[in-house]
Design a protein around this ligand. Structure first.
Ligand code: ZN
Length: 403
C-alpha cells in the first residue's frame, strides 16, 4: 500500500478534499483507524496536536502516523468501508490556531538565534498556550521582551513564507536553523529574509497571518529557559482573560483597572499593620483574662503554688498558648488549659520557672487519654487528640498528679 499523500504539505489552507479509503482497522472500545490514499489532516507530531474534522460527516477526533508513513484517522462508531470515496473536512478554527502557534514559534525561535545565538530545544502546543525551551543563558524580562518585539516586527512586516524541497547535498550548504531530523530530500520552510528551517508542519502563507505573539511567563528549567507564549487568537483570548481578571480586582477597589495593583499592595501593607496591632491587643486581652482566671478558677496547693485548669469551647492552639503564657508570667503558677471543637481536643500545659512538675511528661500522659499526640519541654507542652469526651478527665488527671 502506498503511503498516504499529505495534502497539507503543499497547501496548509486546504480544508476540504476528496479521497479513497485504503484500509481500516478496528481498535478497542469501538474505535476505527481509517487510512486514506490522500489526506489534508495533520497528524499529532512535532509538539503539535493533530487536526480534527470529519470524513463523510463522521467525526475524526485524532490523527496519528503509523509505522509505514500512513496517516490514521481515528473515528468512534460507524466508519467508512475500504474502497469508499470520502469527503474530508478539516476544522478550520483549530487548524488556523495551530498554524498561528507553530509559525509564531518559527519566528520566535529565530529571534532568539538572531539576538542571543540561543537555539530552541523543545516546543509544545498546550491547551491554552505554548511552551518553548530555549538555550538562553542569562534570561531576563528585558531580553525576552526584545525577542518578542523582534518577532512581532517580523509578523507585522507580513513577510512571505515559502516551502521548498531540497536534496541532502543542497541542504548541507543552507543556513538551516536546526539539524534535519530525517534523511533524504528535505522540506524547508523559508520566512523571507529571516528564517530557514526543515519542518513537516502547517504554516501560514505570510507572517501577518500569525497576528501577534505575547509572552505570559518564563522560568529556568533543567538548564534551559522555558517560555510560555501565545500567538494569534490565543493572545487575544489571553488578553481578554487577563483584562477580565484585572477589571474584577479593580472593581473590588472601585478603581481604574491599572490602579488596582497599587491599591492591592497598599491593602496588604495595611493588613500586616492590623495583624500587628491585633497581636498586641490579644496579648493585653490574655493578661486581663489571666487575672480573671487566677481569681475565679485557681486552686492553691502547698506553699502558694497555684494551679489553673480550664476547658474552653472552640479556642485555637495559638490563643490557648497565649493565655497560658500570660498565666505563668505570675510566679508559682501552673496552667492546664484545654479546648475542643466538634472534631478535636487541644491542650496546653505550662508552668512558671519556680513551679514544680514536668509539663512534657504530663502532656504525654494526657494525650494518651485523648487518643492523640503531643509533647514539649519541661515548662511548656502542647498536644491534642480526637477523644474530645475525655478532655476534662485528662486535665483533672494532670492536676491530681501535681497535688
Ligand atoms: Zn514548522
Amino acid at each position: 500500500m502506498r503511503a498516504t499523500e499529505r495534502l497539507y504539505y503543499s497547501d496548509s489552507h486546504l480544508i476540504e478534499f476528496e479521497a479513497q479509503v485504503t484500509d481500516r482497522t478496528e481498535r478497542v472500545s469501538g474505535w476505527t483507524a481509517v487510512t486514506l490514499d490522500r489526506t489534508a489532516f495533520y497528524p499529532t507530531g512535532g509538539g503539535q496536536p493533530s487536526d480534527t474534522g470529519t470524513l463523510n460527516g463522521l467525526r475524526v477526533v485524532e490523527c496519528v502516523d503509523d509505522d509505514s508513513e500512513n496517516v490514521l484517522h481515528m473515528i468512534q462508531g460507524r466508519a467508512p468501508e475500504v474502497g469508499a470515496a470520502v469527503t474530508g473536512m478539516i476544522d478550520w478554527p483549530r487548524r488556523l490556531d495551530h498554524i498561528q502557534q507553530h509559525t509564531g514559534q518559527h519566528i520566535f525561535s529565530q529571534a532568539f538565534i538572531s539576538l542571543f545565538k540561543a537555539p530552541t530545544r523543545g516546543f509544545r502546543v498546550l491547551d491554552q498556550s505554548c511552551e518553548i525551551d530555549v538555550e538562553l543563558m542569562n534570561p531576563t524580562d528585558a531580553a525576552i521582551d526584545r525577542a518578542v518585539e523582534l518577532t512581532n516586527n517580523v509578523i507585522w512586516e507580513d513577510r512571505a513564507i515559502t516551502i521548498k524541497t531540497v536534496g541532502a547535498d543542497e541542504a548541507a550548504n543552507l543556513p538551516l536553523r536546526k539539524e534535519p531530523s530525517r534523511k533524504g530530500p528535505l522540506r524547508v520552510i523559508e520566512i523571507e529574509g529571516f528564517d530557514l528551517t526543515p519542518c513537516g508542519g502547517t504554516h501560514a502563507f505570510r507572517t501577518g497571518e500569525v497576528g501577534m505573539i505575547a509572552v505570559r511567563s518564563w522560568e529556568r528549567a533543567k538548564g534551559l529557559t522555558r517560555i510560555e507564549f501565545l500567538a494569534g487568537g490565543r493572545a487575544l483570548a489571553d488578553y481578554r482573560r487577563a483584562n477580565k481578571t484585572a477589571r474584577s480586582v479593580a472593581a473590588l477597589f472601585s478603581s481604574a483597572r491599572d490602579d488596582a495593583a497599587k491599591l492591592a499592595a497598599r491593602l496588604v501593607d495595611e493588613n500586616k499593620e492590623l495583624h500587628r496591632r491585633v497581636r498586641g491587643l490579644d496579648e493585653i486581652a490574655a493578661r486581663v483574662e489571666a487575672d480573671e482566671l487566677r481569681r475565679d478558677v485557681s486552686l492553691t496547693v502547698g506553699e502558694g503554688l497555684r494551679i489553673i485548669n480550664k476547658v474552653f469551647d472552640n479556642r485555637d492552639a495559638e490563643s490557648l498558648k497565649r493565655l497560658a503564657l500570660a498565666l505563668i508570667a505570675h510566679p508559682k503558677t501552673i496552667a492546664l488549659l484545654g479546648s475542643h471543637d466538634k472534631d478535636a481536643a487541644r491542650l496546653v500545659f505550662a508552668k512558671s520557672a519556680d513551679a514544680p512538675g514536668d509539663m512534657n511528661a504530663l502532656m504525654r500522659s494526657a494525650c494518651e487519654t485523648l487518643d492523640g499526640r503531643g509533647g514539649g519541654k519541661l515548662d511548656l507542652a502542647q498536644g491534642g487528640g480526637r477523644n474530645i469526651n475525655k478532655l476534662g478527665e485528662a486535665i483533672d488527671q494532670a492536676a491530681k498528679t501535681l497535688i
